[in-house]
Write a protein that binds this ligand. Structure first.
Ligand code: PLP
Length: 372
């Protein structure tokens, strides 16, 4: 079955107790068990697993083409649990352009957990190969990346990682499974902040990992989640499952709007550079065409005139909301270096845009008046 159909039906069996077509939200924290803690229905305590979270896990595994999925309280809880599950003495390769929270995990937390981490440009396969070591367990990729929208070749990275005995883990938050499915390209794990497109309405926090195979990595990560406690709540799992139902339509519209905006920005004298993989001038365009079925709703651009000109632009916008995060119905814009805070490597004239579902002409007119 095709993605659109799976996204509508996965994890959507009518409730066996009532026939309800919309899934129930089970808020129970504890489930009746036998005298020696036997669990005939599979549930015991909410932190181990609960029926609403299990529905979402079943759905995410189905849409990504994985054998098993784990849902978390946030994208960062998911990433942290996966990396914390590595045996100490491991080594991780991660991208130099990456979500700032993952960079903080790699730089501050992994060394404390006994894991070394090396930042490389994952669009440069020779650089990745040179960074691999005998104890490399994971190559972490993020494509398209935040906030420079770099595109890494997932099939090539999977081959490199596997030759070195490492797993390829991919943060696919910006693309979503609607337009990029890393497991089909050879990745071992796909990571999502479901706070973004999967939730889709800027009103729920969550994260997920989908594993190509059941096995040691999934089991170790399940144990970290159970003991560490970063599980998803039933209500949030329900909202993300609801978001998944419309994901294909939303990403299609956001992508077509983003193409129109990227073209407009690329032709504007006040714009120094546009980072969008859908533009033929983007260095990752050919790879993106191969591994994505559309180019997504995220883009960034650099305003001519530096930081002040960039800030002036965002403050003049009327339709775009100045806010961080992404993947909601409304278009958002932010001065990314300010959001990332002191020490951010992001260029000072860069604005990051999450293109929403408004009419593209209203968005372009808004940008035109703001750029002047
Ligand atoms: C938001 C985001 C995360 C972190 O997810 P949270 O749900 O905010 O914890 C990780 N990676 C990417 C690409 C993101 O956009």
């Amino acid at each position: 079955m095709r993605f659109e159909t799976r996204a509508v039906h996965a994890g959507g069996k009518p409730d066996p107790a009532t026939g309800a077509v919309a899934p129930p939200i089970h808020l129970a924290t504890t489930f009746e068990h036998g005298p020696a803690a036997e669990t005939p229905l599979g549930y015991m305590y909410i932190r181990d697993g609960n029926p609403t979270q299990a529905r979402l896990e079943e759905a995410l595994a189905a849409v990504e083409g994985g054998e098993t999925a784990l849902v978390f309280a946030s994208g960062m809880a998911a990433a942290a649990a996966y990396l914390q599950a590595l045996p100490s003495g491991s080594h991780v390769v991660y991208p130099s352009d990456v979500y700032y929270g993952v960079r903080a995990l790699a730089q501050e937390f992994l060394p404390r957990w006994g894991t070394e981490a090396t930042a490389v440009d994952t669009t440069d396969l020779a650089a990745v190969r040179a960074a691999l070591r005998p104890n490399t367990r994971v190559v972490w990729a993020e494509t398209p990346s935040n906030p420079l929208m770099q595109v890494s070749d997932l099939a090539a990275l999977a081959k490199l990682a596997h030759e070195a005995g490492a797993a390829l883990a991919v943060d696919g938050t910006f693309a979503t499974p609607a337009i990029q499915r890393p497991l089909e390209l050879g990745a071992d794990v796909v990571h999502h902040s479901t706070t973004k497109y999967l939730g889709g309405h800027s009103d729920v926090q969550g994260g997920a990992l989908v594993f190509a195979k059941k096995g040691e990595a999934a089991e170790r990560t399940t144990h970290v989640r159970k003991i560490g406690g970063g599980v998803g709540s039933p209500f949030n799992s329900w909202l993300v499952l609801r978001g998944l139902r419309t994901l294909a339509c939303r990403v299609e519209r956001a992508s077509s709007n983003a193409v129109a905006i990227a073209r407009f920005l690329a032709g504007h004298a006040g714009v120094e550079a546009v980072h969008y993989p859908g533009l033929p001038s983007h260095p990752g365009h050919e790879v993106a065409r191969r591994q994505m079925s559309a180019f997504g709703g995220m883009l960034s651009f650099r305003v001519r005139g530096g930081r002040d000109a960039a800030l002036r632009t965002t403050s003049r916008l009327k339709v775009f909301v100045n806010a961080t995060s992404l993947g909601g119905t409304e278009s958002l814009i932010e001065h990314r270096a300010s959001s990332e805070g002191p020490g951010s490597p992001t260029p000072q004239n860069l604005l990051r845009v999450s293109v929403g579902l408004e009419h593209p002409d209203d968005l372009i007119e808004d940008l035109a008046q703001a750029l002047g």
